[in-house]
Design a binder for this molecule. Structure first.
Ligand SMILES: *Cc1c(COP(=O)(O)O)cnc(C)c1O
Length: 357
């Protein structure tokens, strides 16, 4: 589910861009980074005290960064799918930290809310891409405990109440229809202070590439610590502008929901399909998971569709279900989702008429 729809206008902008192949220390690339940071600030309606940092390595790198620079000694993490589990594994492997894991089976939601802080950092995934479960945004515990939210697959399609989060991080290859390799994190004053304090702690070894305080400093001057993929920056910047020109975050949220609703209506009226997430309140607006009846092999179906250029609709492999997973990121036209569902209907119809021969 890394893949997303890249709009043709983004590709045109990439072809026209003069900064490809140039130094990221010079003004053309720095202006791109500035434009991304300003655009995100506007798109997210960020309070002035929150800062946007970015660096190389994607959300997966940010798990290591957060483990090194935001978790003090004790974390509490919600695990209700593969992505949440990966971050919890990183924290538990760090010699300075322990993690209290709250688990829920795939298709359900685990939460880590505490009245009194039992941990110094709380972690959860806003949209568990592996299962199609969406979590409400909430604070794990009051300040100074930090709330770290993996928003990789939903940032850009969800209006955020910034009082609830301290690090809201994502990669740009999902809702932002860009390429991978970059992490972006929106940081609260508490998170900025925590990172500064922990990297200054001489008892804690933080390699330069994981140093969040250095990443913040580089971001403030529109740079990244080391060389970024410039194409990723260009596609990302174009998408932020497109989102702003088309109604901003609440409009993007509506676009995504319209696509998800279409898939819901379809699945609920097909005898061979059923929505994997039972609780309607937990169904993701951006990644919908649909179980298929056993006689329809999702991998056969996906292979045939791949041959005609319709790609990446299989479920998350490790989940091991006969499942379709369909993205309704803001760039995906709802009418395209309608066409995809019509293709699936047609193929299921062909398959079942052959079965009954
Ligand atoms: C895709 C995804 C990731 C991994 O992102 P990378 O850019 O590949 O590191 C992490 N978390 C969630 C929720 C995701 O959907």
């Amino acid at each position: 589910m890394g893949p997303s729809r890249i709009r043709p206008a983004q590709m045109d902008a990439l072809a026209d861009a003069s900064e490809l192949g140039t130094s990221h220390r010079q003004s053309p690339v720095k202006s791109r980074v500035a434009s991304i940071r300003e655009g995100l600030r506007e798109l997210f309606s960020l309070p002035p005290s929150y800062e946007i940092a970015l660096g190389n390595g994607g959300a997966t790198a940010f798990w290591a960064i957060a483990t090194s620079c935001l978790v003090e000694t004790r974390a509490k993490a919600a695990v209700f799918g593969e992505f949440g589990a990966k971050f919890a594994d990183d924290i538990s492997a760090a010699p300075w930290a322990s993690v209290d894991v709250v688990k829920a089976p795939p298709g359900e939601l685990a939460t880590v809310e505490d009245n009194a802080a039992t941990a110094d950092a709380y972690a959860y995934t806003q949209n568990e891409t592996s299962t199609g479960v969406v979590s409400p945004l909430y604070r794990g515990a009051p300040s100074p405990a930090l709330t770290l939210v993996d928003a990789t697959s939903i940032a850009g399609a969800s209006v955020v109440d910034w009082d609830l989060v301290d690090a809201y991080y994502f990669s740009p290859q999902k809702c932002f229809g860009s390429e991978g390799g970059l992490w972006i994190s929106v940081l609260s004053p508490d998170a900025l202070e925590r990172a500064q304090r922990l990297v200054a702690d001489t008892n804690r070894f933080v390699p330069a590439i994981l140093n969040l305080d250095e990443a913040v400093k580089a971001s403030r001057v529109d740079q990244t610590l080391n060389t970024p993929a410039i194409a990723t920056l260009i596609l990302f910047d174009e998408q932020i502008k497109w989102m702003l020109d088309n109604g901003g975050l609440s409009a993007m949220e509506k676009r995504a929901r319209a696509g998800a609703n279409l898939i819901h209506e379809w699945a609920e009226t097909r005898p061979f399909a059923s929505l994997f997430v039972a609780d309607p309140a937990l169904r993701s607006p951006v990644t919908t998971t649909v179980d298929l009846a056993p006689e329809i092999d999702v991998y056969d179906l996906a292979r045939t569709l791949r041959d005609v250029g319709i790609v990446d609709i299989e479920g998350y492999r490790k989940l091991g279900r006969n499942q379709l997973r369909i993205a309704s990121f803001p760039s995906v036209e709802t009418s395209d989702i309608g066409s995809l569902l019509a293709c699936v209907d047609w193929m299921v119809d062909q398959a079942t008429s052959q079965l009954s021969l």
